[in-house]
Design a protein around this ligand. Structure first.
Ligand code: 1HE
Length: 267
């Protein structure tokens, strides 16, 4: 069991690999990895700690047949929360998912089965989404008499656009397969999402950490800015990243014609 400052994680398993890749697994399969308050707190604690452990990339996995069934509806029912209570629940979800999106560490999700409601909110906070043939996406909030509270209005709308998100929520529309790729819910559709996510993580950790930090935090921050501030922020980030010592050898190799060239995929 993974411990953070002597606290054990019960709903999340963590395995650290030698190359700095952390395999983080949602481990509540009996509840289809539904997100209860404890799992959200564990995600926050984990994503505070991972950068300090020298983590270079995270692969987010799930036990069982489903990635994540979203909000723990049974807990929500039993708690019978007040508006203020649930507002605070949502603030913790935002804390967790912002930690992931702005972590500066590539987070790659290996999806399968249901990626629904809050599960899609979680998936949309990572940097690369890899689906397999069992994966399906939905926002059943409307049918449950609920509304999104974990950032879907920002991130899912950002992925698929406002009109598609509204349709998903009003009608319960499910996306899967090539259609899910085409509308932007995931970037890869493969036989084995875990193998592909690991392959992508191994590729990402070849990049200098400072480049990955910028890619996995600056793009999101810059997206929140006016065009004027965004161009300024991009210049500042590029000033730091593009002059880093770790890039000198790579630039030298290109100048010496020993670096790999960018070529089209083999046909
Ligand atoms: C759950 C949850 C859950 C399963 N909260 N316990 N999300 C949803 O509307 C999706 C709700 N879940 C489902 O539609 C289905 O469970 C699944 C398609 C994900 C999986 O189906 P299946 O047939 O494999 O499992 P099941 O028999 O439905 O559920 C197995 C167990 O998981 C069962 O518990 P058990 O103790 O009776 O065995 C279920 O109660 C439990 N379970 N999903 C709690 N979501 C910040 S706002 C976000 C708002 C939302 O996320 S709304 C969308 C909520």
């Amino acid at each position: 069991m993974f411990t953070i400052q002597s606290r054990s994680l019960e709903n999340i398993n963590v395995e650290m690999e030698e190359d700095g890749i952390a395999r983080v697994t949602l481990a509540r399969p009996a509840k289809r990895n539904a997100l209860d308050a404890q799992t959200i707190e564990e995600l926050i604690a984990l994503f505070v700690e991972l950068p300090k452990l020298g983590t270079r990339a995270v692969v987010l996995l799930a036990q069982g047949d489903h990635f994540c069934a979203g909000l723990d509806l049974v807990e929500h029912f039993e708690e019978d929360r007040s508006p203020a209570d649930f507002m605070h629940v949502c603030l913790r979800w935002h804390e967790a998912f912002n930690k992931i999106e702005y972590s500066g560490i590539p987070v790659i999700a290996a999806l399968k089965g249901a990626v629904v409601g809050g599960g899609l909110e979680l998936a949309s906070s990572v940097h690369i989404r890899v689906a397999d043939n069992s994966t399906y996406f939905a926002l059943p909030e409307g049918q449950r008499g609920l509304f999104t509270g974990g950032g879907a209005t920002i991130r899912v709308a950002g992925l698929v656009g406002k009109a598609r998100m509204v349709d998903m929520m009003l009608s319960g529309r499910v996306y899967q397969g090539d259609e899910a790729v085409n509308v932007g819910l995931c970037q890869y559709l493969v036989e084995d999402s875990e193998a592909k996510a690991m392959e992508l993580a191994r590729a990402a950790v070849q990049n200098p950490p400072l480049s990955n930090f910028a890619i996995c935090s600056a793009i999101s921050h810059i997206g929140n800015m006016s065009a004027l501030d965004a161009s300024y922020a991009e210049s500042v980030v590029a000033g730091i990243v593009n002059t880093q010592p770790a890039s000198r050898g790579r630039l030298e190799a290109f100048a010496n014609k020993t670096a790999a060239r960018v070529r089209p995929n083999a046909k």
